[in-house]
Design a protein around this ligand. Structure first.
Ligand SMILES: [Mg+2]
Length: 249
């Protein structure tokens, strides 16, 4: 498997629990019923906790306030600006896919089947936030490590939810997001789309933020954390992520 493929599996949650026969057809076997009864706390929390919904709304509300203040201050006067958001578990809630898989190993074909259903609900707060960005005169770039094979479905899902976007940049062969952010900022992201400065980044993975990796976890009071809450906004995801392979202390 190439590096990008491995990264996607990691990002999307290859960490398997008890392998069971999963299906997406709605049929629940005895084995699946048993697995469902033991839905792990991480997925249960994301799907059912009031705290999760409060947290994502809080993050988007906070980002809205900061953005409105930055616009009012004149910081962006005379330039094109916008925001970059990751898709999965930042704008799109894929917890149903994990629920339907019932602990079975992550499977790329099943994942793409899920993406093509275009049924992911919005992460709470994301629709209002992206609309507010547009009202304030900003652009919206969705930069995700979903594969380009689900480009059309991903855009259709976002449109169904009412998430406005100027460009959706999915993964072709490089899981690094830096080159895609650079394309946005240099005007090479999409025909007809002017270059704009990305003034805020949103994601549930530390690699959704320029220059940051899991190494940050070892740095304690690092100044690299200072952009969070102003320029960077990170969303909770205890189900999967690059954090999952960190050393356990
Ligand atoms: Mg994500």
């Amino acid at each position: 498997m190439n590096r990008a493929g491995a990264a996607v599996l990691l990002l999307l949650g290859v960490c398997s629990r008890v392998p069971v026969a999963a299906s997406l057809d709605g049929g629940i076997s005895e084995l699946q019923a048993e697995e469902w009864a033991s839905m792990p706390n991480d997925l249960h929390w994301m799907r059912n906790a009031a705290e999760y919904q409060a947290m994502t709304r809080q993050l988007y509300a906070s980002a809205t306030k900061v953005l409105e203040e930055r616009v009012a201050s004149g910081e962006f006067e005379g330039k094109q600006w916008g925001v970059a958001l990751d898709a999965d578990e930042t704008v799109l809630d894929n917890s149903l896919e994990a629920k339907e898989r019932r602990g079975a190993d992550f499977d790329m074909d099943l994942w793409h089947d899920w993406c093509r259903r275009e049924e992911a609900p919005a992460v709470p707060g994301s629709v209002a936030f992206t609309r507010r960005v547009k009202e304030l005169g900003g652009k919206v770039a969705i930069v995700s490590n979903r594969s380009v094979v689900v480009q059309e479905s991903t855009e259709a899902n976002l449109i169904k939810l009412g998430v406005p976007f100027d460009v959706v940049l999915l993964m072709e062969d490089d899981d690094e997001k830096e080159p895609r952010w650079e394309r946005v900022e240099s005007g090479n992201a999409k025909a007809g789309l002017e270059a704009f400065e990305i003034v805020m980044f949103f994601g549930d993975n530390i690699t959704d933020f320029p220059g940051l990796t899991q190494d940050l976890a070892k740095e304690g009071e690092s100044s690299a954390f200072s952009d969070f809450g102003y320029k960077y906004f990170v969303f909770p995801n205890p189900v999967y992520g690059s954090w999952a392979t960190n050393a356990k202390f």
